[in-house]
Design a protein around this ligand. Structure first.
Ligand code: PRX
Length: 645
């Protein structure tokens, strides 16, 4: 498959950027011509950011799975679509060709249909990183059901909240999943999430770990049994087929929950056509993907990175996507390098946290590993510090592979700002230039564009985007007003990213981090309000305030200031108990790294917590805490500062 929309030179980047800005309709229609449509669009783009309303390719009909699978069958039926590397290296690798993927996705679609799933139903997927997770995602898309994948680290309570918000009808899960030397009992977590649930009709359970599970008659069915039935229905005389549902360009494809500054995660909605085009276009261009390349994205499909750059982008491009079940440090810290060596991986796309963690093991895990197949290295999810960038460059890329720093968000569907491998220059810890179609601007607090360079030659402020690109979120599930308020109301007629940024005189962007109350822990987004709500549910806790602080490996750690008036145990015991409560309410990823017990919190006279002061204390700053005169009780600051943990 060739990619006529591939950018092959710096000149072409500037030309395409200009065309996509000046005439987006013509530009994206051209790109869209490279996909398979049941019917072409009536209008390429219709939008306003005030409602907001964004429609790309309105009137077009398609099914994304025909683009990700069927259209590749003629030429690539034997080509690996997915190479699956198990958690345990002694277990067999699985290679899923496009023909096999087609068959499995048809079977899943049939299985879902047999179990009563219809177009528009919400199907929650809570599985480990097994190929069946990809089949489940694509099986939903094939029949037009809306998938909502939930990361395997979220707790029963988090799942219950998401099922409720999405009014989900079905669940696909596993008995358990492997993570290093641990087994996560996924079905058991689902059972807990379902206590009191009234909407779920069926739970389909794939067997992975042979963990014993409870199966409720009439509700719970085994994947294997259902897939056997479906196999006979979709395969006749050696020919496999299951007709894909014809979808409107703007029909929802999936919901993915993500954290914001309120206590309640929001269901970001992406639609069929725009998302497909954006993920494919960015995948091919930023990573310099060429036919035959083996692409290894180390994310989990429970996050947007896995949706866009393990499943949809690579498969729509007819690529080969390597999917890894395990963790980078199991059975040892050389696992990524073993996988690259074994499968001759060409593209590695990973998170700075993983790099920092692997860096801390020194050179030994790299000894004897042949990494010469690598040609592009990527990072995503959080700012990359220069030390990690150079380690990646020297030790993994051997100074021969471009490193791309890709900035984007769950809401953006795919990358918005990144250097293009081998085409546009890289700059350590800078995301650099916007993709064609993306018009970022930096605004001040009032929303006015900052255009003047400061004395360091930079423009600094809040990062907004002026116009829609095909992959922008369309709404937040069940609450469009929330979408407007969160992203389009802070600055009229702009999409506000929630990130701060700086821009240099050449137009390169550097992301400086969130400017709202959202934390980025190991590249995972968690709202401070969510963590505070969870801590406040612990018996004895009166109030809490959570802030982020710099963490060597995770990028940011969670620091909680807690007012506690219970009597149980000593301080350490209480810390552990509170952490456990947070793990039960949200999931282990949200456990505070540090908990400091305090007698009061710095509040203004109107009762607002002054997080700025807490952030400074958490960062280790004892002087220069800023103006504390407006505080209700200024003495509390000295006490908190003294008791820092
Ligand atoms: O703060 C930015 C940070 O991650 C946030 C988005 O998180 P999420 O929706 O979970 O998506 C992560 C995967 C795309 C952003 O608002 N972020 C993401 N990529 C970068 C980044 N910060 C700095 N540099 C990046 N390359």
């Amino acid at each position: 498959m060739s990619y006529p929309f591939k950018i092959n030179s710096l000149e072409q980047y500037y030309e395409d950027y200009k065309n996509a800005t000046d005439n987006p309709e013509a530009f994206w229609a051209n790109v869209a011509d490279n996909f398979y449509w049941r019917k072409k669009w009536d209008k390429v783009l219709d939008w306003n950011f005030s409602e907001p309303k964004v429609e790309w390719f309105a009137g077009a009909k398609l099914n994304i799975t025909e683009n990700c699978i069927d259209r590749h069958l003629e030429k690539f039926s034997d080509k690996p679509a997915i190479i699956w590397e198990p958690n345990n290296p002694d277990e067999r690798t699985r290679v899923v060709t496009y023909a096999r993927l087609h068959k499995r996705v048809c079977q899943v679609a049939q299985m879902l249909k047999n179990n009563g799933v219809k177009k528009g139903d919400r199907v929650c997927i809570y599985m480990g990183m097994v190929p069946e997770l990809t089949y489940a995602v694509l099986g939903c898309a094939r029949i037009g059901a809306i998938h909502s994948v939930i990361f395997g680290g979220f707790s029963a309570q988090s799942i219950a909240d998401r099922l409720d918000d999405a009014n989900a009808d079905f669940i696909i899960t596993c008995d358990g999943s492997y993570r290093g030397d641990k087994i996560i009992p996924l079905k058991d977590v689902i059972d807990n999430a379902l206590v009191g649930n009234k909407t779920i009709k069926k739970v389909i359970v794939y067997t992975r770990t042979r963990t014993s599970v409870s199966m409720i008659k009439g509700r719970d069915v085994w994947w294997e049994d259902e897939m056997d039935i479906a196999e006979d229905q979709v395969e006749k005389n050696g020919v496999v087929s299951f007709p894909a549902e014809e979808m409107d360009a703007e029909d929802p494809l999936f919901i993915l929950y993500t954290s914001g500054s309120t206590g309640k995660p929001k269901g970001v909605v992406h639609t069929c056509a725009g998302y497909m085009i954006w993920t494919t276009y960015t995948f091919v261009n930023m990573l310099n993907y060429n036919q035959g390349d083996i692409h290894f994205c180390t994310a989990d499909i429970g996050w947007i990175t896995g949706h866009s750059y393990i499943v949809y982008g690579p498969l729509a491009a007819g690529g080969t996507s390597l999917m890894f079940e395990g963790i980078p440090t199991f059975p040892n810290a050389g696992r990524f390098w073993d996988i690259i060596d074994k499968h001759q991986v060409n593209i590695l796309y990973t998170a700075p946290t993983a790099l920092r963690s692997l860096m801390s093991f020194g050179d030994a895990p790299l000894l004897g590993k042949n990494l010469s197949s690598l040609k592009t290295l990527g990072t995503v999810g959080e700012p990359i510090n220069e030390e990690a960038w150079h380690w990646y460059d020297d030790n993994i890329g051997k100074n021969k592979c471009p490193i791309i720093d890709t900035w984007w968000q769950t809401e953006t569907g795919g990358t918005l700002i990144a250097n293009l491998a081998g085409i546009t220059p890289s700059k350590p810890s800078w995301a650099t230039l916007p993709m064609p179609g993306v018009q970022p601007i930096i605004v001040d607090e009032k929303g006015d564009e900052v255009t003047k360079l400061d004395d360091q030659g930079m423009i600094k402020g809040n990062l907004c985007i002026k116009a829609p690109w095909p992959g922008i979120l369309r709404t937040t599930w069940g609450d469009h007003e929330r979408c407007r308020l969160n992203y389009f109301a802070t600055y009229p007629n702009l999409y506000f990213t929630g990130d701060g940024a700086m821009k240099d005189a050449e137009g390169n962007f550097r992301i400086t981090g969130r400017v709202d109350d959202v934390l980025n822990i190991s590249g995972h987004r968690i709202g401070t309000a969510e963590v505070e709500n969870a801590i406040n549910m612990h018996t004895g806790v009166v109030e809490s305030a959570v802030v982020g602080y710099p963490h060597d490996i995770k990028g940011q750690g969670i620091y909680a200031f807690v007012i506690y008036n219970g009597h149980h145990g000593d301080e350490n015991q209480r810390r552990q108990d509170i952490s456990l409560t947070v793990a039960k309410i949200i999931g282990a990823i949200a456990k505070p790294d540090k908990i400091q017990f305090v007698s009061g919190l710095p509040k203004t006279r109107s009762g607002k917590i002054m997080r700025r002061i807490l952030r400074k204390i958490a960062e280790g700053e004892t002087e220069n805490l800023g103006d504390t005169t407006t505080l209700l009780d200024p003495d509390v600051v000295a006490e908190i500062s003294k008791g820092r943990v």
